[in-house]
Ligand binder design. Structure first.
Ligand SMILES: [Zn+2]
Length: 190
C-alpha cells in the first residue's frame, strides 16, 4: 500500500486513526470487518448487505437471496409519482429518486431507462432505508487503486429481519401509492 501524506495531519483536532491495524499484516480494510463480532465480511451472520457503489449492485449479504424481489419493488416505486410517494410517507430519499426518474421521462426517456439511469441513487435510497433501522451499522471501503469498486457494508444482529422489514416497507409503500392513484380526486387523507 502506498503511503500517502495526509495534509490534514497538521490539524489541531485530534482524530485517532485505526492504529491497531498496523501490527497485523491484514489485507482486510477496516470497513470489511464486522463491527459486531469483528469477523471479515462473509464469515459471520451479521451481514445485511454488501453494496457495490461503483456498479450499483448487491454483491453479498442476507439481502442477496431477496435481491430480485427488492429491486422489483423499488424500481416500481422509483417510477411512481413523487407526490404520491410523499403522501405515502416514503421519505425524502426515495421521493428524490422518483423525481429524478420523472425528470428523465419528461425528457423523453422511457421509464425503464430512466430507472436504470437513476440506479446509483436508487441503491443509495435502499441503503438509507435499511440504515434507518436502529440496529443497522454501515461501514465503507473506498476504492483504493481505481480498478477496485467502492463498497458499502451494512451489518446487524439479525440481518434477515432487516431485509424482511425492508420488503414490508416497500410493499406497504406500493400499496399506498397504488391506492393513491385509484383514489385520485377523492381528496387527501391524513
Ligand atoms: Zn459479525
Amino acid at each position: 500500500m502506498p503511503t500517502r501524506k495526509n495534509p490534514e495531519d497538521d490539524l489541531p483536532e485530534d482524530r485517532p486513526e485505526d492504529e491497531e491495524e498496523d501490527d497485523e499484516d491484514d489485507e482486510i480494510p477496516a470497513g470489511g470487518l464486522c463491527p459486531i463480532c469483528e469477523s471479515p465480511a462473509g464469515e459471520c451472520d451479521h451481514l445485511v448487505a454488501t453494496i457495490d457503489l461503483t456498479y450499483s449492485e448487491f454483491v453479498a449479504g442476507a439481502i442477496f437471496v431477496h435481491e430480485r424481489v427488492i429491486l422489483d419493488l423499488v424500481e416500481h416505486l422509483a417510477a411512481s409519482d413523487p407526490d404520491a410517494l410523499k403522501v405515502a410517507g416514503a421519505g425524502p430519499v426515495l421521493e428524490h429518486v422518483a423525481s429524478l426518474v420523472r425528470d428523465e421521462t419528461e425528457e423523453g426517456v422511457s421509464a425503464a431507462d430512466a430507472v436504470a439511469i437513476c440506479y446509483p441513487q436508487l441503491m443509495a435510497a435502499l441503503s438509507h432505508m435499511m440504515q434507518e433501522e436502529e440496529d443497522v451499522t454501515a461501514t465503507g471501503i473506498d476504492a483504493a487503486t481505481g480498478d477496485d469498486s467502492s463498497v458499502e457494508n451494512l451489518w446487524a444482529q439479525e440481518p434477515e429481519w432487516v431485509v424482511e422489514r425492508l420488503i414490508e416497507r416497500l410493499q406497504g409503500l406500493i400499496e399506498e401509492v397504488d391506492e393513491e392513484g385509484r383514489d385520485e380526486g377523492r381528496g387527501t387523507k391524513d
